[in-house]
Design a binder for this molecule. Structure first.
Ligand code: BGC
Length: 867
């Protein structure tokens, strides 16, 4: 009896969570409160309520959220930011834990663990007094060059839905609301505010939408954020087909649809009629004047406004914010338990890509010395001039979370923590990011031998007229309204039409004879001349992307004439002149260290400056391969692996092309951006304290040239001509081989897949049940992700070679065998027909492929679907 009762309570609790009802109140109780409040609101108050507010800008106790209504006692819902941690520093004076980034979460292929982490994040959110964390970010990773790839989960729609639904349940369980974003097809950041994505209905239904659908239907998500982009000529925030027809009418979404921050269409009526409920973070298009006008002209009805208000109120009551003012309890954020959880996830989120001759795990009894060599290994002068920036091991943008510095475990720190007496030494090997650093004042002299360069500032963008002359010690400027610009006196210089320009002249000292690489990070046109020759030309004026340019010149030791020209081209003006001198010194030291060490661990990759929202990784820097490591890092790996045969490379980025050095090294670990405990987790894997069990959620290409040129766009339109052939579906269809396939990830154990048991026939509409015997034939315990792909043998429409439709992560002791039960849902066999505008499941022959990765299929069984 007691058991039965417990079961019942659990069932209604689960029901409540899944359908967006908190454990304390049922949907009808909330509806009654909403009705009551709605009746008390005037039309003006309702209209005011459908746009948000940013309270007093940024600072303690400030937030983005919905409007407060003091007359009626409507409390605002506060939206904090960070899909992999609670960014509440400016509100609660403390941040939540930095958990592994979204792509790492998905690499666990462990929805239960994702839910556990998201629940913990949800509790930290509550403790920070907030109601949402603006996550999950979950667009399909169509192209790894997209700056937000680390914020998203995967290239595969099924995996996306499994992870997203678990995430949503976790965040919402303590009584918050999750916001899935960015609905939809915001797959590249470049031109994100303007780009019109032309995508077919089939690709939408089969690739881009399923994850969102599952988060609605299975996860019960209560928030959706639209994208900055346009989809099929209709802005995401005003796209009736996507918001009203699909999300709300077809899927039954009950929550709030809000814009991305200042990412609205400029047509209020279209937005309102498309189903958009809330403009964030403040009224821009949905101003009271615009909405009242639309009402007056009959373009929208009061009932339709009521519906939007109702949704916002529903979510507000759901979170409990209307019943009790949220308290801030910093002691419940970033606790030893949450830090431990972050580590636990990181240990399941780092993928072992290659392990030649079983070099890993390292044997503590045999290894006497470890060299950690690579710019992502530790903070130091090689990274942002010594700043201890947490973005050494994290992506940037609104998602990033700054953990307290002492709590960011670098690879060097983690390996030392776990080394038990083994000697561990660090060398950066080269500068981080693109491999260059600021040219320091000691290398500049003016023509009359003073330290620095002579600078001429002109009050126009053409280097014309009488300049203002001064001496600058080095070139590292981010001008906003600084008075030293010639437009001094005009504090509105950002709006000045004439702009400004600068010319610097003097001598550059080359400390040794060699080829030097120069780099600028500039928002403005920039030319660098050495001895009269143009060595660097940043001719693209854009702000936000194409900030970088590189060039090189061979210089004999000694002084050289240098001239730099800069022309303002945008509201923000920035110029930072860097070079790669110093890398030689770093490299020499690294080689010396590598020679005398038993093993070399090489943490390399990018950082939050190169991987972040609003920019992409297509900034080519005069190199043909935009997904590659910097030239300095590639050189470092090659040189180090020449003198030491035991090299393990660890990549910190959402994905990197590694053909140039893949065969030079013994092992490769894909660490992504693994959270504040990343260094400790990495060490556990290196020493075999943890057996790796993560799998890639994207295909890593050999080169971006494997994709057609039109795959990525620098323009304001893009056509997804590949249709449903995204990710491994693309590689399969065009018979190309990626460097590392989707689903790939090694373990220190080996697993044997026995003959699956499946009835040869199934009825359309039935769940197909599968039993797979799985044995651990290795010598240590480990986890394997059994992946199940479906192949349609004959179809009336083209289908991908195979599609992931189920998976299960299983733990096995050595020599243990388990029979794994896996279910394939009825929709696993269907495709979306554009002609008939519906999902179709055809009778006939299918094959079920079961494997350890998308390219390592161990068993195939036939299945006939009958009517
Ligand atoms: C991002 C959103 C984020 C918002 C608020 C926007 O730039 O695209 O993902 O939630 O800023 O920080």
């Amino acid at each position: 009896m007691r058991k039965k009762l417990q079961k019942l309570i659990f069932a209604s609790f689960t029901f409540a969570i899944c359908f967006g009802v908190s454990a304390q109140q049922t949907a009808s109780e909330i509806d009654a409160k909403v009705d009551h409040m709605l009746k008390r609101m005037t039309l003006e108050e309702k209209v005011d309520y459908i746009s948000g507010m940013r309270i007093g800008g940024h600072g303690p106790n400030k937030w983005d959220g919905t409007k407060e209504n003091k007359r009626l006692g409507i409390e605002p819902i506060k939206i904090y930011h960070g899909p992999y941690g609670i960014g509440a520093l400016r509100y609660a004076k403390k941040n939540g834990t930095y958990y592994p980034s979204s792509i790492n979460m998905a690499c666990t292929w462990n929805p239960e663990l994702v839910q556990e982490v998201a629940t913990s994040m949800g509790k930290e959110l509550k403790a920070a007094g907030g109601q949402s964390n603006a996550g999950p970010a979950m667009n399909i990773i169509r192209d790894l060059r997209g700056g937000r790839s680390m914020e998203y989960f995967t290239e595969d729609p099924y995996l996306n839905g499994q992870i997203a639904a678990a995430y949503v349940k976790g965040i919402q369980s303590p009584g918050n609301f999750a916001i899935m974003k960015h609905f939809i097809c915001n797959n590249q950041e470049r031109e994100r505010n303007y780009i019109d994505v032309n995508v077919g209905e089939r690709a939408l239904r089969e690739i881009y939408l399923p994850g969102y659908k599952q988060a609605v239907i299975d996860g019960g998500v209560l928030g959706v954020m639209t994208g900055y982009n346009t989809v099929n000529s209709s802005h995401s925030s005003a796209n009736k087909h996507l918001i009203q027809d699909i999300l709300k009418d077809e899927w039954g979404f009950k929550g709030i649809v809000m814009t991305d921050w200042s990412g609205s269409d400029d047509d209020a009526v279209q937005m309102l009629n498309a189903g958009l409920d809330l403009e964030m973070p403040r009224p821009k298009t949905l101003t009271s004047a615009n909405v009242l006008k639309a009402l007056k002209q009959g373009e929208i009805s009061e009932a339709e406004i009521d519906e939007k208000v109702r949704r916002i109120l529903y979510v507000s009551y759901f979170t409990g914010v209307m019943d009790a003012k949220p308290e801030i309890r910093p002691e419940e954020m970033t606790t030893p338990e949450t830090i431990e959880l972050s580590r636990k996830m990181a240990e399941e989120a780092i993928v072992l890509l290659k392990n030649e001759d079983d070099i890993l795990p390292l044997d503590r009894d045999k290894v006497k010395s470890i060299a950690v060599i690579g710019p992502n290994g530790e903070f130091g002068a090689h990274f942002r001039n010594g700043q201890k920036s947490y973005q050494l091991l994290q992506g940037g943008g609104s998602a990033s979370i700054s953990p307290q510095q002492g709590r960011m475990i670098t690879p060097f720190a983690g390996i030392k923590n776990a080394s038990r007496g083994i000697e561990v030494t660090f060398e950066p090997g080269c500068y981080g990011d693109h491999g260059c650093t600021t040219i320091q004042p000691e290398f500049f002299t003016t023509t009359d031998n003073k330290p620095g360069l002579e600078a001429k500032y002109y009050a126009n963008s053409n280097l014309n007229g009488k300049p203002n002359v001064k001496i600058d010690k080095n070139i590292r400027f981010f001008w906003q309204k600084t008075p030293e610009i010639i437009e001094q006196g005009n504090d509105k210089q950002n709006g000045s039409e004439d702009g400004f320009s600068v010319e610097w002249t003097g001598k550059l000292k080359a400390p040794i004879s060699r080829k030097y690489t120069f780099e600028v990070e500039a928002q403005g046109l920039t030319k660098v001349f050495i001895d009269g020759k143009l060595v660097l030309d940043k001719y693209k004026p854009d702000v936000g992307w194409d900030r970088y340019a590189m060039g090189s010149a061979y210089l004999e030791q000694g002084n050289h004439d240098i001239k730099i020209e800069f022309r303002k081209s945008a509201a923000r003006n920035q110029l930072h002149l860097m070079w790669d001198y110093g890398n030689d010194v770093y490299l020499d030291k690294a080689i010396e260290l590598a020679k005398k060490s038993d093993v070399v661990i090489m943490p390399v990759g990018t950082s939050g400056s190169l991987e972040r929202e609003a920019v992409d990784r297509d900034e080519k820097l005069n190199r043909s391969e935009s997904l590659a490591l910097s030239a300095a890092q590639e050189r470092l790996i090659k040189e180090v692996s020449r003198v030491n045969k035991n090299v393990v490379v660890v990549t910190f980025t959402a994905g990197v092309v590694c053909e140039q050095w893949k065969n030079n090294v013994s092992a490769i670990l894909y660490a992504g951006f693994p959270g504040q405990e990343g260094g400790n987790a990495l060490a556990s894997i290196l020493f075999g304290d943890v057996n790796p069990s993560a799998k890639l959620t994207v295909s890593i290409p050999k080169s971006v040239s494997q994709f057609p040129d039109k795959w990525y766009s620098n323009k304001e339109t893009i056509s997804y001509d590949e249709g449903i052939y995204v990710g491994y579906r693309f590689f399969d269809e065009y018979k190309k081989e990626p460097a590392f396939p989707f689903g790939h990830g090694l373990s220190y154990s080996q697993f044997n897949y026995g003959k699956p048991n499946l009835s040869a026939k199934a009825k359309i509409g039935e769940v197909v049940k599968l039993k797979v015997p799985l044995s651990n034939i290795g010598t240590i315990a480990g986890k394997e992700v059994v992946q199940v792909y479906v192949q349609d043998k004959k179809s009336s429409e083209p289908r991908p070679l195979k599609e992931l439709k189920a998976f299960k992560k299983v733990q096995l002791a050595p020599n243990e065998t388990k029979v794994i039960d896996i279910e394939l849902a009825p929709e696993s066999f269907s495709f979306f027909s554009e002609n008939e505008n519906k999902w179709i499941t055809e009778a006939g022959e299918f094959e079920i492929w079961i494997g350890s990765s998308s390219a390592d299929i161990r068993q195939k069984v036939k299945l006939e679907l009958v009517k």
